[in-house]
Design a protein around this ligand. Structure first.
Ligand SMILES: CC(=O)SCCNC(=O)CCNC(=O)[C@H](O)C(C)(C)COP(=O)(O)OP(=O)(O)OC[C@H]1O[C@@H](n2cnc3c(N)ncnc32)[C@H](O)[C@@H]1OP(=O)(O)O
Ligand SMILES: CC(C)C(=O)C(=O)O
Length: 434
C-alpha cells in the first residue's frame, strides 16, 4: 500500500497545546440536535428528494421532536426553493420549531436564499458557509486568507442587511478540522461582531469535520480549544457537524460534546456524502442507554426507518446500530443461553440482559427475534424458541438430546431453522408436542 502518499493530521494542521478537560467529563444531557437530512443528506442522494418526500421527512422530524431542522439549500434547485417557500407560507412549521436554510457566501445565492424565506412567520436560521482550510483556499476558492475573510465579512453583512428580527445567524468554516485555529478565531471574531452575538440572540458557530481525517481525540481537542478561546463565547452556540470518513463520526460527536459543543448536526441514520454524516439516531440512543433522555422519540424505530428508507431510497444495513433488522438477534449458542437466562432473571425496571444493550421494546420491537436458530446455536436457544413460540417445555435432558437433532438438521440444510421448522422436527423426534 502506498501509505507514504499520506500525511498524518499533525502534519496538515496546527493542533494547539491545550490543558484539556474533556476526558474527565461525562455526558449528562442531550445537546441541541439539528437534522440536516433535507440538505446535507439530500445532496448525497443519486435522486434528490421530491417535494412529497421532503415533506414526509420534515413531518417525521417534527413528530419525533426535533426543534431545529435544516430544510434545504434554496439556491441549489427549484425544488429546494419551493419547499422552503411552502414552509414559509404554510402552517407546516409548528411555533416551537426553527428551520435552517443553507447558503454559500456568494452574493447572488445569499439573495436567492433570503428571497426563499420572505414573509416567514416563525424563527429561521440563515446558515452561511465558506471553506477555510488551506487546500480549499488555494485550490478551490483561489483566495488568500485576507481575501476569504473579506468574502465572509461581506456575506455576513449582506445577510444582516436583509434579515428581519425573526432571523438568527449561523456560520460554518467548512473543513474546520483542517483549518489553522488562529484563522478560525479571526473569522469567528468577525462574524460574531457583524452579527452582534449576545446571549439573547446567539450566533451559531458550526465547526465541521467536513472530511474526517483524525482520531476523535484530536477533534475533541480542536473543539475544546475553540470553547476556551472563542471571542464572545457567551453569545455563541458552539455546534459540530462530524462526517464519518474514518468510521468514527459517532465518537467525534460524543467527544466534541464532552469538549464543549452544545449543538450537533447530522442525519437520522447517517446518510450523507461519502460514508455519511454522523448518525443522530445512534447518538440519541447511545445517550438513552446511559440513562440520559435524548429528548427525541425513537420509540417507534421501525416506522422512522420505513420513512427514511422511502425518502432516501436507500436500505438500512441489517447491522446498523439500534435500527438494523438483526441488531437485537443472537444466533450463537452461548449468547442465546445468556439472553434467555437474563430475560428470565429480570426484576423491576432496570435493564441488564447480557448481550442486549437496549430493551428492544424501548424502540418498539418485540422479543420474538432476540433468539434465532442455525448451526451456531445451542440447546438454550432452541428451547427458548420452542418455549416462546409454542409453549413447549423441555426437560434438561430433552434439551440436550433435541439440540443434537437440530444440529444435524441445520448442518445439513446450512440454513436458519424457523420456529415452525423446529416444532415439526420436535414432533418428528418425540412423536407429539408436549
Ligand atoms: C460541505 C458541504 O456540504 S457544502 C454544500 C455542498 N452542496 C452543494 O453543492 C449542493 C448544491 N449546490 C449547487 O446546486 C450548486 O453547486 C450551486 C447552485 C450552489 C452553485 O452552482 P454553480 O454556480 O454552477 O457553481 P459550482 O457548483 O461549480 O461551484 C463552484 C463555485 O462556487 C464557489 N464556492 C464554493 N463554495 C463557496 C462558498 N462557500 N462561498 C462562496 N463561493 C463558493 C467556488 O469557488 C466556485 O467558484 P468559481 O467558479 O468562481 O471557481
Ligand atoms: C458546511 C457544512 C456545515 C457541511 O456540510 C460540512 O462541512 O460538511
Amino acid at each position: 500500500m502506498p501509505s507514504h502518499r499520506y500525511r498524518d493530521v499533525f502534519a496538515r494542521v496546527p493542533v494547539e497545546p491545550l490543558a484539556r478537560t474533556w476526558p474527565d467529563r461525562r455526558l449528562t444531557r442531550a445537546p441541541l440536535w439539528v437534522p440536516v437530512d433535507l440538505r446535507d443528506g439530500n445532496q448525497a442522494l443519486a435522486e434528490p428528494m421530491d417535494p412529497e418526500r421532503k415533506r414526509r421527512f420534515f413531518e417525521l422530524m417534527v413528530a419525533i421532536g426535533y426543534k431545529e431542522i435544516e430544510v434545504g439549500y434554496p439556491s441549489a434547485s427549484q425544488t429546494d426553493f419551493d419547499f422552503v417557500r411552502l414552509l414559509a407560507t404554510s402552517e407546516l412549521v409548528p411555533d416551537e420549531v426553527t428551520i435552517v436554510v443553507f447558503t454559500p457566501a456568494r452574493p447572488e445565492l445569499i439573495a436567492r436564499t433570503l428571497e426563499s424565506i420572505q414573509g416567514i412567520r416563525g424563527q429561521v436560521v440563515v446558515h452561511m458557509y465558506a471553506a477555510t482550510a488551506p487546500v480549499w483556499r488555494d485550490v478551490v476558492l483561489r483566495r488568500t486568507r485576507d481575501e476569504l475573510a473579506e468574502l465572509v465579512r461581506a456575506g455576513a453583512e449582506q445577510v444582516l442587511r436583509s434579515a428581519g428580527e425573526s432571523v438568527r445567524f449561523q456560520f460554518s468554516p467548512e473543513v474546520f478540522n483542517l483549518t489553522e485555529p488562529d484563522y478560525i478565531l479571526e473569522l469567528a471574531d468577525q462574524v460574531t461582531k457583524v452579527w452582534d452575538a449576545r446571549p439573547e440572540r446567539p450566533v451559531i458557530l458550526n465547526l465541521p469535520a467536513t472530511v474526517e481525517v483524525a482520531t476523535p481525540n484530536v477533534y475533541a481537542d480542536q473543539i475544546e480549544y475553540m470553547d476556551q478561546n472563542l471571542p464572545r463565547r457567551d453569545g455563541v452556540i458552539l455546534s459540530v457537524h462530524p462526517h464519518n470518513d474514518r468510521g468514527t463520526g459517532i465518537a467525534c460527536a460524543e467527544l466534541a460534546v464532552l469538549a464543549g459543543a452544545q449543538r450537533v448536526e447530522g442525519c437520522i441514520f447517517g446518510n450523507g456524502e461519502r460514508t455519511g454524516n454522523v448518525d443522530l439516531a445512534t447518538l440519541a440512543l447511545n445517550l438513552h442507554t446511559q440513562g440520559v433522555d435524548p429528548m427525541i422519540d425513537f420509540s417507534d424505530l421501525d416506522r422512522i426507518r420505513e420513512t427514511v428508507e422511502y425518502c432516501t431510497r436507500m436500505p438500512i444495513h441489517p447491522r446498523h446500530p439500534y435500527v438494523g433488522e438483526l441488531v437485537h438477534t443472537a444466533f450463537s449458542g452461548t449468547h442465546q443461553d445468556a439472553i434467555r437466562k437474563g430475560l428470565a432473571a429480570r426484576t423491576g425496571e432496570r435493564w441488564e440482559v447480557p448481550y442486549l444493550p437496549i430493551d428492544p421494546a424501548d424502540v418498539g420491537r418485540g422479543y420474538e427475534a432476540v433468539v434465532r436458530v442455525n448451526s451456531q446455536s445451542g440447546k438454550g436457544g432452541i428451547a427458548h424458541v420452542l418455549e416462546t413460540a409454542y409453549g413447549v417445555q423441555m426437560s434438561a435432558a430433552e434439551q440436550v438430546s433435541f439440540a443434537r437433532h437440530v444440529q444435524r438438521h441445520t448442518d445439513a440444510t446450512g440454513r436458519e431453522a424457523s420456529a415452525a421448522e423446529l416444532k415439526t422436527l420436535y414432533e418428528e423426534v418425540y412423536g407429539c408436542s408436549n
